[in-house]
Design a protein around this ligand. Structure first.
Ligand code: ZN
Length: 238
């Protein structure tokens, strides 16, 4: 019955490897999803700074229009100044021109500020677009890497599933039923090697009865966690 113990150990090893491979297969899509979220946020950042840049441009254009209208008005007032009929009218026009010039000089300062704002917004947009491009590049690289890994991992899974079938077919029928019951519900956690007189899964100590059953290669379950137990390697040989 030594063969059965070795078979159980082999089956447990296959289940553990399959579990590990499937976890690694699941990890890829999660990594991609996380990276896609990053790219989406970078895209939103681009849209946001583009909107700000556009608003700055519109505001600057409005200032320029106001400035131009002010200049036209001053030009008109100057023309009237030359044709002023009285001293009073002349003085009133002069005052108006002075006030308009003052207003326009404020507008001109503001327009300059707006141009500065536009330059800064352009730089911010460029930065955000570069970040987005970098993020997209990283996403593409990750997808490629995950796809390559998936092929190789999938190949390993297929090979191990074949090994599992072969090994399961070799189990004696009475043990196979118990074995299938635990692994179908718990997978690799359905089995454990006895280590230093305890269940290798939950570390519950095994009883003397269980120990002698194990020596007779009988099916033994951990009373605490229900794992199908098999003896440690050094004992299965003798
Ligand atoms: Zn246990």
């Amino acid at each position: 019955m030594t063969g059965t113990v070795e078979l159980l150990r082999e089956l447990h090893r296959i289940h553990q490897q399959l579990h590990d491979l499937r976890e690694r297969l699941n990890r890829g899509p999660k990594q991609i999803k996380a990276r896609e979220d990053v790219v989406a946020r970078l895209g939103e950042a681009v849209t946001s700074v583009q909107t700000e840049a556009k608003q700055a441009r519109v505001a600057a254009d409005q200032k320029q229009l106001l400035l131009k209208a002010g200049e036209e008005r001053i030009k008109g007032l100057r023309a009237k100044l030359n044709a002023a009929a009285s001293n009073r009218e002349y003085q009133a026009l002069k005052d108006q021109i002075a006030a308009d010039e003052m207003a326009n000089s404020v507008l001109a300062d503001e327009a300059l500020e707006m141009m500065d704002k536009i330059d800064k917004a352009k730089a911010t947009v460029g930065e955000a677009e570069a970040n987005l491009a970098k993020g997209k590049g990283e996403l593409d690289a990750l997808k490629k890497q995950v796809n390559q890994q998936r092929e190789s991992l999938q190949g390993d899974v297929t090979r191990l599933e074949g090994e599992l079938k072969t090994a399961e077919a070799s189990l004696p029928p009475d043990i196979r039923a118990d074995y299938l019951r635990v692994v179908s519900s718990k997978g690799s956690d359905g089995m454990a090697q006895v280590e230093h007189g305890s269940c290798g899964g939950c570390f519950q100590q095994i009883t003397a009865n269980m120990d002698s059953d194990l020596r007779l290669s009988r099916v033994v379950f951990c009373k605490s966690c229900g794992r199908l137990l098999y003896p440690p390697e050094d004992r299965s040989i003798g």
